[in-house]
Design a binder for this molecule. Structure first.
Ligand SMILES: [Zn+2]
Length: 413
């Protein structure tokens, strides 16, 4: 990748997003070799088995090379987007400047970390039932910020983690929307959730990475801690749950590098330290991790096909959630365990909190767009608000269904 004329940001001019259809074991091996040996091909997923589709971003100067491989070995290739920079450039117009004040925050634009933090401050200052949370510092020393909304004693808690993957900008946007609605909405169903649960939000867990995607490289996923000549750990592979066993890589330069050990990264460790102190004491019984894209409402496990102990309940709750999403703007999300719906993965926050703290309601939500979107993580800003609305409705449906199933018994005071 080259730098732009002023040398400030990574550019992807004429980088081509393609989907390959693998058919044989030979295809799998060739693509494994390609991923291993060249960083001109950015893989979204790894080649694992025949009969698999694989999405790859191909550097402009490698387009003929990949076409040649495809032709020679009889694979199938579909071009999803001929120039990924075009999408990034279009999105640029919907990003508000870094010094935008909190008063101009909305869900029609994307915002720098600075404005999100200013907006969190505003909520904390202006509402006496909202308090600041400080979970520690990122690798680069930025604060890992959060807030808690609590309107009465005796509630069980819901923890919302967003922005663990830097480039998934819709996730922090949805988190801030949920905060806004829980504070200001007059809708009775939302007021009910705001009153009868305590809410813990960490809207931008990977603050270093988020900042990096605005200032350097729009498609960055990991944090920014250096590892040899490469940098960054996939924080959602760094939790101490079957760490580095499946769907995660111990190679430093890969997108899903799991870190040097479980909890080697300050951002993942911050979640552990917070929950060590609060999960039981404050009765945190739900955990949602917000990501994009693929439109999935996933529950444990990612590391095994063994069923979670309350699999049937999680499936029922997930079904209510995706039904509510469909009824909002017609979007189709799928629900199921992570390994059933997306791919095997280990060391993620959801499986960790479910197993380690016994938090029974745990979901990883992959927000818009659909699994085959050529836009990847570059979701048009016009879709921020509808995504937020469908997810708020999914929370109403999911949490009510969980209550019906007997979760969240109040503390009798
Ligand atoms: Zn993600």
């Amino acid at each position: 990748m080259s730098c732009d004329t002023v040398g400030k940001k990574a550019r992807y001019d004429n980088y081509r997003l393609v989907r390959l259809k693998l058919k044989t074991q030979e295809h799998v091996e060739i693509l494994q070799e390609l991923e291993e040996q060249s960083d001109s091909f950015t893989f979204y997923g790894h080649a694992l088995n025949p009969e698999q589709n694989l999405t790859i971003l191909v550097a402009a100067h490698k387009i003929f090379e990949i076409q040649d491989v495809v032709d020679r070995y009889g694979m199938e290739l579909v071009v999803l987007e001929p120039n990924i920079q075009r999408l990034i450039d279009e999105e640029e117009a919907t990003i508000k400047p870094k010094d935008t004040p909190a008063s101009e925050f909305d869900w029609d634009h994307y915002f720098h970390l600075e404005t999100i933090f200013a907006w969190l401050d505003k909520q904390i200052t202006e509402n006496d039932f909202v308090e600041a949370l400080h979970l520690g510092l990122t690798y680069e020393g930025l604060p890992i910020r959060g807030l808690k909304i609590s309107k009465q004693k005796g509630n069980t808690g819901i923890f919302i983690e967003a922005g663990i993957h830097a480039r998934e900008w819709i996730a922090p946007a949805v988190a801030t929307y949920l905060i806004d609605q829980l504070i200001y909405s007059k809708d009775l169903a939302v007021v009910d959730l705001a009153t009868n649960f305590d809410w813990y939000f960490v809207p931008v867990l990977n603050a270093d990475g988020y900042k990096y995607t605005f200032e350097k490289d729009r498609l960055w996923r990991k944090n920014t801690k250096p590892y040899g000549r490469c940098k960054g750990c996939d924080l959602n592979r760094n939790f101490d749950i079957h760490w580095n066993t499946t769907g995660s890589s111990s190679k430093k330069c890969t997108y899903d590098f799991c870190g040097s050990s479980a909890f080697s990264e300050p951002e993942a460790l911050a979640i552990k330290i917070f929950l060590d102190e609060h999960a039981n004491k404050d009765r945190i019984q739900s955990y949602f991790s917000l990501h994009s894209f693929s439109q999935l409402y996933m529950f444990p496990f990612g590391f095994t096909t063994d069923r979670a102990r309350n699999y049937d309940d999680l499936k029922k709750i997930g079904e209510k959630a995706v039904e509510a999403i469909k009824n909002t703007h017609g979007k189709i999300y799928k629900t199921g365990s992570a390994i059933e719906t997306i791919y095997p993965n280990s060391g993620d926050s959801m499986d960790y909190v479910y197993t380690n703290y016994n938090i029974p309601i745990a979901y990883t939500i992959e927000l818009r767009g659909p699994p085959d979107t050529p836009a990847l993580f570059v979701l048009p800003a016009a879709e921020i608000k509808p995504t937020c609305e469908e997810i708020l409705n999914s929370f109403i449906a999911a949490l009510n269904e969980a209550r019906n199933l007997g979760y969240y018994k109040r503390d009798e005071l």
